[in-house]
Ligand binder design. Sequence first.
Ligand code: OGA
Ligand code: NI
Length: 384
Amino acid sequence: MASGSGGGEIAGGSTYDRTKEMKEFDETKAGVKGLVDAGVVKVPRIFFNPPDVHLREPEDSIHMRSHSHAQTQQLSFPVIDLKECITDNKDLTPRKEVVDQVRKASETWGFFQVVNHGIPDTVLEEMLQGVRSFFEQDIELKKQLFSRDVINRRVVYSSKFALYNSPSANWRDSLYCLMSPPPLNPDQLPPVCRDIMVEYNKQMIRIGNVLIGLLSEALGLSPHHLADMGCTDGHLFLCHYYPACPEPELTIGTTKHADYDFLTVLLQDQIGGLQILHQNQWVDVPPIPGALIVNIGDLLQLISNDRLKSVEHRVLANKIGPRVSLACFFTTGLLPSARIYGPITEFLSDHNPPIYKETTAKEYTTYAATKGLNGISALEHFKL
Ligand code: OGA
Ligand code: NI
């Protein structure tokens, strides 16, 4: 539950019962979309986003999308062409160049976009449309999946997930699908987006393995090293729907966080609003038609002993909407797995002692999901 959900709290200068208002909102089972459909013109106070006390933000950084400084930084946001890596090219020189780009981007930005990844544009478009159709279908059909119980259920819809806990409610609804392992029976997927999700899932398994192979090589390991460690053995989808917001400056689409997984592959539509924290500045991740966004998660930072960086990001609320996105998280953190992860021994020496203690994906995820968003990375807790 949200760390700030107890007792009377101050919002807009008055004390109110946050827990009660959260509960009332939850019980509608209609999510944020339900509020917008009902015609709200004021953002309810449970959605007020507290100022970020851990980051001294320049006055204008909240609205950097229209700010010239953001424009300059966008130019260098890494975009990597995977064309040479998805075909059986005998000449390994172009692949080596891609590996270098992946290394640089993962060490400095923790984020990059990929193009020519082999997934047809039609599949990406239909997937975004499928997510949109899920959220815009008859509320009674959606309600059947309304739950936060990701322990006992593999497909649930909610307006807020414990997995991405935050002090304020987010201006967003999400559909969670645990895809593997074992492979989810497609019958459990919502009929309205079932077929395209099955297709998109196949593509995610393929691209996840391509990317984890490139990352292995970027780290100077054999191409199969990270896959053999189980980094792509499990994955889940979080499909997000960010309704248009009447007062976007008062709330947030997704609170600042880093992903707890090994690797995330994100598909976003053309609305924009995703930002990453780069050199203490919020930088937009510009929507590129046909591109996928890739980011390094905490577990990859941990096993790479800080060579790769898991970077904080957030999604602004927007007057324009809805915005649709789909994050595919590669992790086994929601399954009971005894597999131990610590810094890979190849990276350790007298000069490079291990930074992190050993843990399991489940232990890491459980800790990260329950600590609450206090501005301190969950990785700190696992430092030696
Ligand atoms: C996430 C996330 C970004 C987006 O789900 O972890 O960061 O654009 N999503 O929805
Ligand atoms: Ni994220």
